[in-house]
Design a protein around this ligand. Structure first.
Ligand SMILES: [Mg+2]
Length: 127
């Protein structure tokens, strides 16, 4: 692993953010920033300039799809993976149209999380 990828983790659940961070420990993915709602995510994206964003869909204040739109407006090459829960299929479809590169279904498991991150890197970032 020569390169580390900077990841911004966005979820309104602290427990989910902790789970994702723990799952990425000792991998080539480095969680450099966290946010608890869409507005924070947009700000944090500006400041932390991550290589990848894991973006929850259902959040208070500003949801993931709206945040995605603002992130893509900041950087059209942003690599964003939506983290979806049951019942958000329409939102996932809209997110993919808005520029999300991939999506991951909750519950988040380490194996599928790493797989989707690595696939996304391979497809969209080369390595
Ligand atoms: Mg949520």
């Amino acid at each position: 692993m020569s390169r580390k990828y900077k990841v911004l983790v966005v979820d309104d659940s602290t427990a989910m953010r902790m789970l994702i961070k723990a799952s990425l420990q000792d991998s080539e993915f480095d969680v450099v920033a966290e946010a608890g709602d869409g507005g924070e995510a947009v700000q944090s994206f500006k400041v932390s300039a991550p290589d990848l964003v894991l973006l929850d869909i259902v959040m208070p204040v500003m949801g993931g799809v709206e945040a995605l739109g603002q992130i893509m407006a900041q950087d059209k090459n942003a690599v964003v993976i939506m983290v979806s829960s049951l019942g958000t299929e329409d939102a996932v479809r809209e997110a993919l149209k808005t520029g999300a590169k991939n999506f991951l279904q909750k519950p988040v498991e380490q194996e599928s999380l790493l797989k989707i991150l690595r696939n996304t890197v391979d497809l969209f970032m080369g390595r």
